[in-house]
Ligand binder design. Structure first.
Ligand code: R1P
Length: 289
């Protein structure tokens, strides 16, 4: 992995950049990131996608856990960016990416997730919208924390929408690429942790999350398909960006939280590549004019 040139002294505490205007965390300057971005959590997934699917690859950029592979897919310049895990990493990508790209952008996330529906592992999901599930630490200071209507251990947000056109493209690409697998389309929930805020039971901690999955299911009439950790922040920032950002997300259903099934590694790798290809097809088809 190539480290980017060491960043120079940062100017501007409000939005730090160095003397070549490279942003503080992604470590890239204008021109070093495409306006069409495929983002994944795992750096190994990004590397596989670059090797299998990109041509005319430019110098790899890596800084503070972000790895950027830019190259051409079917002649169109795209960047595949691995960000690690969680909403803060997505926040860095969208804000700093926005700063170094001029004009409209498209961002697709391709991740893995758990499902809380009756869907087989190895199915695919496209998120039309996403909610956010946050642990509320004040709950543990509430006087009457038995009554969850007054003081809840987890806050569940309202949904934010993906870009409809990009969701349509992703849905078509996934349905045609995976004829023998199911693609579910619906609501995603991004959680602020892998464990407690996704309802995983950990006997070592006081998490008060035994009811959480049922609460999520009931609040949205059994329409939440998937649980992961980044999509909400992508959709939220894309819809609040002053310049256009078209955003959508797809995931491999790796785990079923109801049946406890977990997908085998070989199938996962196959789905990473084929799903990555489907995402890139959608990414180059979306109109950014
Ligand atoms: C947790 O294992 C991680 O996997 C999922 C979650 O959102 C979280 O980032 O996505 P990725 O496979 O893209 O990392």
């Amino acid at each position: 992995m190539t480290e980017v040139k060491k960043l120079g002294d940062a100017k501007n505490a409000n939005f730090p950049v160095d003397d070549r205007n490279a942003v503080y965390h992604l470590g890239v300057a204008k021109g070093e990131l495409s306006s069409r971005i495929l983002t994944v959590g795992d750096s190994e997934r990004a590397l596989k996608l670059k090797k299998e699917l990109l041509e005319d690859v430019e110098e790899e950029k890596a800084h503070r856990g972000f790895v950027i592979h830019t190259g051409k897919y079917k002649g169109v310049r795209v960047s595949i960016v691995s960000i690690g895990m969680g909403t803060p990493m997505m926040d860095f990508l969208v804000r700093e990416g926005r700063y170094v790209v001029d004009g409209p952008m498209a961002i697709i996330r391709y991740g893995t997730c758990g499902s809380i529906k009756d869907v087989e592992v190895g199915s695919l999901a496209v998120a039309e919208s996403s909610i956010l599930v946050r642990r509320n630490p004040d709950f543990w200071h509430c006087e009457n924390n038995k009554d969850h209507s007054k003081c809840s251990p987890y806050d569940i947000s309202k949904p934010v929408q993906a870009d409809k056109e990009l969701v349509g493209l992703l849905k078509n690409e996934f349905e045609s690429s995976f004829k023998d697998r199911k693609t579910v389309v619906g609501i995603n929930a991004s959680a602020d942790s892998f464990y407690s805020s996704q309802g995983r039971i950990d006997p070592e901690f006081d998490d008060n999350n035994e009811q959480l999955i049922d609460t999520i299911i009931e609040k949205y009439d059994n329409k939440v398909n998937t649980l992961e950790m980044e999509t909400f922040q992508l959709y939220h920032l894309a819809t609040r960006s002053k310049q256009p950002i078209k955003a959508a997300a797809a995931t491999i259903i790796l785990a079923n939280r109801i049946t406890q099934a977990f997908l085998d590694n070989n199938t996962k790798v196959k789905l990473e590549i084929e799903g990555g290809r489907a995402c890139l097809e959608a990414l180059i088809k979306i109109n950014l004019n």
